[in-house]
Write a protein that binds this ligand. Sequence first.
Ligand code: HEM
Length: 396
Amino acid sequence: MTDEVTLSARPTCPGFDHYGPQMQEDAIAVLSEMRTRCPVAWSDSHDGFWVLTQYAECYEASRDFQRFSSATGAIPNFLGGLKLPPVEYDPPEHEVYRSLLQRWFTYRRIVGFEDDIRRFARRRVEALGERAELVSELCLPFPRDVILYILGVEESAIDGIGTLLSYSTESFVEDPDGALGAMAELHRYFIDDLVASRRRNPSDDFISHLVTSTVDGEPLSDQMLALLIQQVIGGGFETTTKVLGTSLAYLGENLAAQRELRDSPLDTGVEELLRMFTPLSVGRQARTDTQLGGQAIEEGERALLMLGAANRDPAQFADPDCPDFGRSPNPHLAFGVGIHRCLGMHLARMEMVIAFEELFAAVEEIRLHPGQRPTYRAGQVWGATSVPVELTFRAR
Ligand code: HEM
């Protein structure tokens, strides 16, 4: 009886599903309405979870790992309950695997990849025609090439492995068996071939770093290596693909904003695009009965932190739906906050800046194709899946 009273007092968002068709069609409007009407709301989808759409609560729940666990980061968990280290680990294990990755992903090391990153971007930009689909031709393959190269995949194998990788992530909803098959093939490539070869002859790539690292004096098991590789690949390209694609869909429709971005410093410009087109929402689970934004949350209940909605919260950002490519400070939450803050953010920022530099150097104007609309995918990683455009090239 007590439970019923508590439950009926909950603010709800009936039918809200971050994978649902409404979120596919107009995620920004749906979330903006929820933030205004009911910023901490209960959804019955996927066995029930809280939906947080204001900056203050997303910030608080992200930072407070003592009240909110990351153990159920994915809602629902398409990996059959598997947890990815470090993003779905809590302290003290979280720190062990985070520092292991962070030791390699330093700002200095990433800057050392600048020329390679530019080479990969330029290759994709040079292959574009006057009519192009920017997600499949640039936003997806470019960060995918980069992360595979950084891991240590031979350049001649990058296209083949990349195709498998895209299938394993993009088709999880439509073809789970096919996606699992692709994952098994990737496991064979990474663990049976690449890891085995680096164990015999370590070099200075990321896989070599993993196979020569130890935890509590022991080398990492194959299963842990597979999860860490999956984490870096998963974190490393789908998010970047989505934010690049969604930004280009916007810029292709809003030519004045495109001109403004071209005339702005790209470092602040890219931060503003990350704020406006934040791709990732993150999951948490209450460790105890607690309160958030005036709502009682029970131990074990999950919450989905809609970072994109938080990043358009007018209580935090002036005129949040209008780009200000010089906005400073810009304390957006696109890379999260707290102990799980994105450790690939230097790489992601550099990829975005270089992608725009190369595209703007080659192309005078990017316009959405007049007869075709961009398409979007809803979900915990949200963003454009196709952006058909017409491009006006400078002399080639
Ligand atoms: C624009 C691109 C990216 C966005 C928007 C993004 C976003 C995020 C966010 C929001 C988190 C925090 C998750 C949480 O609090 O639960 C995170 C964590 C993480 N990201 Fe990224 N990310 C991006 C690119 C990358 C790249 C390129 C890598 C490649 C190395 C990467 C690797 C990771 C890892 C390993 C974590 C887990 C950190 C931890 O749990 O301590 N991300 N990312």
